[in-house]
Design a protein around this ligand. Structure first.
Ligand code: GLN
Length: 446
């Protein structure tokens, strides 16, 4: 059924980079045998899923939507993929994205952009645009995305689906092609909150293969979906509903807050005073980490190698010049500059200090509130091509998701209505490792 649907709409949506119908059918047959033999079934038994193309899949091409890796097939599965296979999913294919997860509209895919299923002239968001569009268009039952500064939540918001960024450390990053290692997290994109809890349950947990994996207990997320939010204290940051946020987006989120109020929750305006510095510090930190992480793409170890180089250095130069797209190059240059001697203190170190202030803002609010709620993004999905020429405008779309990433806390984007004819996402932010409360609130609202 998934492949029939893909056959109907994929030509328009373009959510996938690689489809593996043969592999999927084989996996399905194996599950069928399991059913017949009466073997125990995994938590996600038989669910057809798509995987973002920066997550390593053994024997299945993994490109990060980059020309550099256009012919790259990994020899091992990411931990999340192993866990999903153990939970008995069927992998449909690999999902389109912004190159190396750098972007917020999917227009940085070096293959072709994804389109928003609600309006094909609009972007699906990014960088996990394929992950969100595939779920919205019915081309997968659920998908995995990755979120460094909003890349699960913002596309979920633009495409009217549920996207969860877990606490940093909750889900193993082993096998996720690193963009900014101190921020990257893998998470589920689903049609509803219950599915999100199921997938999170399947992929969470300590992994010795990821040195930043957190050795904390994984609760039963499903049992937290009680529908009860009586007495819940919600903080609404004034910075998240002020200037720069589309008034109709704000209105939609405010009515959602009234729904939660009707269910017995209370809300008050709070402040996250360092919000205005988040985008600047994120783009320094993320680019610095990216410049280091992407040094491994040198034409020797992975992917494309340039033809006829004059010498070794020329081979590096040519391979990188030909293999990377312009946004990736921009970030490598910015990051290299910020880390270079003489500038490190002024940029990288300063940005790290700002990151701490931003985290402290969240800690302060969480002393008195259970969750923080606001819009996921300041606008709804914009028209394809309308922002590509201005990276700075594009970066500002992440203003409401980036602070959460810098603080390392979990957040979900859940559809809460429409503005300008397009879906709006409400962002519910929780304390570190308290995905259970985030899911409970989202589920009660939904
Ligand atoms: N849009 C942001 C960026 O371009 C976030 C990307 C992400 O979370 N991977 O960096």
């Amino acid at each position: 059924a998934s492949y029939a649907r893909i056959g109907q709409v994929e030509e328009q949506v373009r959510a996938y980079l690689t489809l593996d119908e043969e592999g999927a059918m084989e996996a399905a047959r194996r599950l069928d045998d399991k059913l017949v033999s009466g073997e125990a079934r995994g938590l996600l038994f038989g669910l057809p899923a798509g995987i973002k193309d920066n997550i390593s899949t053994e024997g299945l091409r993994t490109t990060c939507a980059s020309q550099f890796l256009s012919g790259f097939t990994p020899v091992y599965d990411a931990t999340v993929v192993k866990k999903l296979k153990a939970a008995d999913i069927v992998t449909l294919g690999k999902l389109n994205m912004d190159e190396f997860a750098m972007g917020g509209s999917n227009e940085n895919s070096s293959f072709y952009p994804v389109r928003n299923p609600w309006d094909l002239d609009r972007v699906p968001g990014g960088s996990s645009g394929g992950s969100a569009a595939a779920v919205a268009a019915g081309e997968a039952y659920f998908t995995l995305g990755s979120d460094t500064g909003g890349s699960i939540r913002q596309p979920a918001s633009y495409c009217g689906v549920v996207g969860l960024k877990p606490t940093y450390g909750r889900v193993s990053r082993f096998g996720l092609v690193a963009f900014a290692s101190s921020l990257d997290q893998i998470g589920p994109v689903t049609k509803n909150v219950e599915d999100s809890a199921y997938v999170l349950q399947a992929i969470s947990g300590y992994d010795s293969m990821d040195s930043t994996s957190a050795n904390v207990e994984v609760p039963d997320f499903l049992s937290s979906l009680t529908g009860d939010v009586k007495g819940l204290r919600i903080g609404v940051p004034k910075e998240y509903i002020g200037e720069g946020v589309d008034p109709s987006v704000k209105e939609t989120v405010m009515s959602a807050l009234h729904v939660l109020e009707g269910l017995g929750a209370t809300w008050e305006e709070v402040s996250l005073p360092h919000t205005e510095y988040a985008v600047a510090s994120y783009y320094l930190l993320a680019s610095s980490e990216a410049s280091s992480n992407l040094a491994r793409f040198d034409g020797v170890r992975y992917g494309v190698r340039a033809e006829n180089p004059d010498n070794l250095l020329d081979m590096y130069h040519k391979s990188r010049s030909e293999g990377f797209g312009s946004e990736v190059k921009r970030r490598i240059m910015l990051g290299t500059y910020a880390l270079s001697s003489g500038y490190y203190d002024a940029y990288y170190l300063k940005a790290q200090k700002v990151r701490t202030l931003i985290k402290n803002d969240f800690d302060e609010v969480f002393k008195n509130y259970d969750v923080i709620i606001g819009p996921t993004a300041p606008t709804t999905a914009f028209k394809l091509g309308s922002q590509v020429d201005n990276p700075l405008t594009m970066y500002l779309n992440d203003i409401l998701t980036i602070p959460v990433s810098l603080a390392g806390v979990p957040a979900i984007s859940v559809p809460c209505g429409f503005a300008n004819g397009m879906p709006v996402g409400m962002q519910i932010i929780g304390k570190a490792f308290d995905e259970a409360t985030v899911l409970r609130v989202a589920h009660a609202f939904e």
